[in-house]
Design a protein around this ligand. Structure first.
Ligand SMILES: CO[C@H](O)c1c[n+]2c([nH]1)[C@H](O)[C@@H](O)[C@H](O)[C@H]2CO
Length: 468
């Protein structure tokens, strides 16, 4: 962890305000939900506290060469202990909602069996703190931290993991469901499957293309079984969060392949009850799809109340003879990725807000009837703390552009219900460790001091005005 200061350990509230210059006011619909998002392994720390068991990310981050500088989530933002301060920052910023994930290995250290009451107690405390401060909790049940014990039995390549996930969902809802109305089952099954099992870039670090498809199916099955369990337990709103990217290309075939592997392989099963035929055929060189059993698609497509959309940038692709396959897109030989003519974030991702408009309107057109919630959108930039302030103009500009893009989609008919910025805090950015900062609030990992960045002060004003 890098340490900018030796400053005292205290939290700065957002008492400053950030004036938005009236450059044509855009007002969002009445009741539009403004908030921020995080995930358990990225911010909580307390990796071995109160009975938490190891997850695949505890294992992966300890595997030499997998995570930048050997960073781990052992301490992260120490949110497990500092959550009252972090909730206070959200209150001071005027946020209406907070999306966080529950750590499965906190609730069930071995991924099955009786709940660990001390693990659930933490989320009890967090939910109560949020509600006491007028902030609506939005729970993600799975944000990549699979209990290692389940991975030892095959993880998401083992169908039984889907069943364990539904049991975990029921246990968690039984404890929190009286105070949490909105639930999403999975965060980005594409990442879990194709970064975790097809390419090895993420935990558990397996690199077999066929396993990506098997894992994707069992993740989707877990989603469907969890929806059933949540409904049986009386849950309010239930959905899934997908990372979705419009595909930009002059080559229709390349675009269709990437759109299928990234977007439709999840959208169609969940919202249409079928795998897209072109994707099934494309993947036949890797799998015979025998892991799909009768009745699975009916389970997977159980009606949901919302679709969580994580958008960061489009995918620009081109047909290029001889190009090797991108390991996260099995079978993508002959397709070159990248090349967008656009400014870049610190992740090297292109800044193309129009992609969000295109995506939201595409969802409204192709998958009508499902309310949309932007569950993640944000940017990493190399922030510098100057006299207790962070003038993160690049991030502020990114957010401004993407909120304008979201507004354009609403004007175009998209049923967008809210926007949750990624992320509330700088945090553990997976394989990048702590060197990439996505937070609207700066974290000095040496002192755990929080400092709202200019983007946070600006966002607070957007929330207050319900617009730009
Ligand atoms: C193309 O970006 C992906 O959709 C994506 C980006 N992000 C994510 N998914 C994850 O949901 C977060 O845990 C990451 O911290 C965040 C920033 O990298």
């Amino acid at each position: 962890c890098d340490t900018e200061w030796g400053g005292e350990d205290m939290t700065v509230s957002a008492e400053k305000s950030y004036e938005i210059q009236d450059s044509g006011v855009l007002t969002f619909p009445e009741g539009f939900v403004w908030g921020a998002a995080t995930a358990a392994y990225q911010i909580e720390g307390a990796a071995r506290e109160d009975g938490r068991g190891p997850s695949i990310w505890d294992t992966f981050s300890r595997t030499p060469g997998k995570v930048h500088a050997g960073h781990t989530g052992d301490v992260a933002c120490d949110h497990y202990h500092r959550y009252p301060d972090d909730v206070r920052i959200m209150r001071d910023l005027g946020l209406a909602a907070y999306r966080f994930s529950v750590s499965w290995p906190r609730v069930q250290p071995d991924g099955s069996g009786p709940a660990n009451p001390r693990g659930l107690d933490f989320y009890d405390r967090l939910v109560d703190e949020l509600r006491e401060n007028g902030i609506t909790p939005i729970v993600t049940l799975y944000h990549w931290d699979l209990p290692q014990t389940l991975e030892d039995r095959g993880g998401w390549t083992n169908r039984e993991t889907a069943e364990r996930f539904a049991e975990y969902a029921a246990i968690t809802h039984a404890r929190l469901g009286d105070r949490v109305e909105t639930w999403t089952t999975l965060n980005e099954p594409w990442c879990s499957a194709f970064l975790g099992y097809a390419s090895g870039i993420h935990a558990p670090g397996r690199a077999e293309p066929a396993l990506g498809f098997t894992a994707a199916h069992h993740l989707l099955l877990g989603h469907g079984l969890a929806v059933q369990a949540l409904r049986a337990s009386g849950a309010g709103k239930v959905g899934i969060t997908l990372n979705l990217s419009p595909v930009i290309s002059d080559d229709a075939e390349a675009a269709a392949i990437v759109d299928g592997l990234q977007n439709r392989i999840f959208l169609d099963p969940v919202l249409r009850g079928e795998y897209p035929a072109d994707v099934v055929e494309h993947a036949r060189r890797f799998t015979d799809w025998s892991f799909v059993r009768d009745g699975d698609l009916e389970i997977i497509s159980r009606p949901t109340d919302l679709l969580g959309v994580n958008y960061y940038h489009p995918q620009t692709v081109a047909a290029r003879a001889g190009e090797p396959a991108n390991p996260v897109y099995p079978g993508s030989e002959g397709i070159a990725f990248g090349g967008a003519d656009a400014p870049r974030t610190a992740m090297g991702w292109p800044v193309q807000p129009f992609g969000l408009t295109d995506l939201l309107l595409r969802l409204a057109r192709d998958y009508p009837g499902t309310p949309l919630l932007i569950t993640e959108n944000g940017a990493a930039f190399d922030d510098v703390v100057e006299d207790g302030e962070v003038h993160d103009v690049g991030r502020l500009s990114y957010l401004d552009g993407h909120l304008r893009a979201a507004h354009a989609a609403i004007q175009g008919g998209a049923d967008l219900r809210g926007y949750l910025v990624w992320s509330l805090l700088d945090n553990f950015e997976w394989a990048e460790g702590y060197r990439k900062r996505f937070g609207i609030v700066h974290v000095d990992y040496g002192t755990q001091r929080r400092t709202p960045k200019d983007s946070a002060l600006w966002y607070s004003e957007v929330v207050r005005r319900n617009g730009l």
